[in-house]
Design a protein around this ligand. Structure first.
Ligand code: 4AD
Ligand code: MG
Length: 500
């Protein structure tokens, strides 16, 4: 019976065939252990000499990492096997023996891994994140489809900027300049006047000249847009939406979250209501003595963690030096050392950045957009995601509605994910008054002719409306506790690296 690792628990005591790749293997003279990977999980397969022909046993033992093969055997419960079951092998067929697979269980630099992304996709971390991304995308569609939204696919070729001209990618469109879409929002506003509640979901392009862990030049964004909605309604929609996505991942991907070391306790707390701050509150927090103290405490914590990690590494090295370790213990230590060193690198970056970020926060001036480090500080100070609303008008896009009570600010919000991950959603109520909007188009120096159809929406049955955009990769990074968003899309495009 052919099956997959994911379904093994239904076959305990029965004979099955699994097809996959060698993830890891080790052997003594009489027994070989192959951890098989089949795309649905990992399973330890035990091959005892004598149960299969000797020459086949010898071939299996020599198989390198990522060799492809099918193994048949009896399924038995084994808590120490990665998925809780192991296979007692009775037959095997080798499909493609492989030696010298380039990505081994040792440390590789980012550059190397990006160049080998076609192979790196098979590694366990990348696989776990890819599975969670799949769930996130399914949960996103389910939420909007179940809540009365109509899907509208907006174009990728666009004639005008939606989010600022500095980040437009231009293309030659039969001799005329066009741009790759920065947002589907302006088109979606048209569609909201037809369907009421709409969403688009697709690739988004920004010529971001920033090499941060939060920026891709091509990313996926889902954007809902709703007619007859005000700011409080939008915030409620956003918190219900994000909570439903997190719940689905907790339900469907717990093993992957555990493997990744995600903060499951934090995720379990994600439910409405989220925290709400105005931009002015956030600016006050950043320049307060509370932030000075918070940053100093963080630095102490990082230093203590660093000392503990260094001790752990020293202990492992001492054990290695003392000798007498079995091969499997050496392998386990090697993997642990990689993890610990990666953690240490990250801590060193945090320790180096802390004083700079504290300085930036203390110098924060009302009127500026919040920077990445400011967002990190605000989000670290809260146990749940935080809405920051009412930003200064000049820091934000032309289409955001000017607050009539305080014209210095707009009716917008960013949602900052918890644990320092920063902005995952940007949204606003849209300017629905023709005169106000025309003024903003002119202030930005845009050509009103490019926006004639957009302005028409304010002439014919204009209504209060609004929406937001959620970045898939940033959301996946937050949920999986992955520092860099390049790991959260199969083939990342960054300013200085487009992998393969
Ligand atoms: O805040 P942004 O720029 O908002 C808009 O594009 C609006 N038009 C959305 C709307 O109201 N319909 O982008 C929304 C989200 C960000 O919060 C972030 O999660 C993600 O898109 N994002 C990026 N993700 C990865 N790389 C980048 N360069 C990103 N820029 C934005
Ligand atoms: Mg934004």
């Amino acid at each position: 019976m052919k099956t997959t690792i994911h379904q093994l628990s239904a076959f305990a005591g029965q004979e099955v065939t699994l097809s996959g790749w060698v993830y890891h293997s080790r052997h003594s003279g009489k027994v070989a252990f192959i951890v098989l990977r089949d795309g649905t999980g990992l399973c330890q397969c035990v091959i005892e000499k004598g149960r299969i022909p000797d020459d086949l046993f010898d071939q299996l033992v020599r198989l390198g990492q990522e060799s492809s093969l099918s193994l048949s055997g009896v399924v038995r419960a084994e808590p120490r096997s990665p998925g809780g079951h192991e296979l007692a092998v009775t037959a095997a067929s080798i499909v493609c023996p492989t030696q010298d697979y380039p990505i081994t269980p040792k440390e590789h630099g980012v550059e190397f891994l990006m160049k080998n992304r076609h192979l790196h996709l098979r590694s366990q971390r990348t696989w776990c994140i890819g599975r969670i991304r799949h769930t996130v995308i399914d949960a996103i569609r389910r939420f909007f489809n179940d809540n009365g939204f109509t899907l509208v696919d907006t174009p990728i070729f666009t004639a005008a900027a939606g989010e600022g001209e500095q980040t437009l990618f231009s293309v030659d469109y039969f001799g005329k300049p066009m741009f790759l879409s920065q947002t589907g929002q302006l088109y979606l506003e048209c569609a909201a006047m037809s369907f009421g509640k709409v969403y688009c979901f697709g690739p988004t392009f920004r010529a971001e000249k920033s090499k941060t862990r939060r920026h891709l030049t091509e990313f996926w964004m889902v954007e809902p847009e709703v007619a007859y909605i005000e700011l409080p309604g939008l915030l409620e929609l956003a918190e219900n939406f994000v909570s439903s996505v997190v719940k689905r991942v907790l339900k469907d991907n717990r093993p992957e979250l555990e493997t990744l070391g995600a903060d499951i306790a934090m995720l379990e707390k994600i439910e409405p209501p989220f925290h709400r701050l105005t931009y002015t509150d956030a600016a006050d927090i950043l320049t307060s003595s509370r932030t000075v103290q918070f940053m100093a405490e963080q630095l102490e914590q990082f230093k203590a963690q660093k000392t503990a990690l260094e001790k752990q590494l020293a202990d492992i090295e001492a054990a290695e030096k003392a000798g007498g370790l079995k091969q499997w213990q050496k392998d386990k230590n090697a993997r642990l050392q990689i993890e610990l060193r990666a953690e240490l690198d990250e801590l060193n970056i945090k320790i180096e950045n802390n004083p700079k970020h504290a300085q930036l926060a203390s110098e924060f001036k009302w009127g500026k957009d919040l920077g990445g480090s400011d967002e990190t500080i605000i989000s670290l100070m809260h146990d749940k995601p935080v809405f920051v609303t009412h930003y200064p008008r000049e820091a934000k896009a032309f289409y955001m509605k000017t607050d009539r009570d305080n014209p210095k600010v707009v009716q917008n919000f960013d949602l900052l994910a918890s644990q320092g991950f920063g902005e995952i959603i940007g949204g606003s109520v849209r300017e629905d008054d023709l005169q106000y909007l025309l003024k903003r188009v002119e202030e930005e120096g845009y050509d009103p002719q490019h926006y004639d159809w957009y302005l028409d929406l304010r002439k014919y049955g204009s209504v209060p409306h609004g929406g937001f955009g959620l970045g898939v990769e940033r959301t996946v990074a937050w949920i999986t506790n992955e520092r860099h968003i390049r790991q959260c899309i199969a083939f990342p495009r960054l300013m200085d690296n487009v992998c393969i």
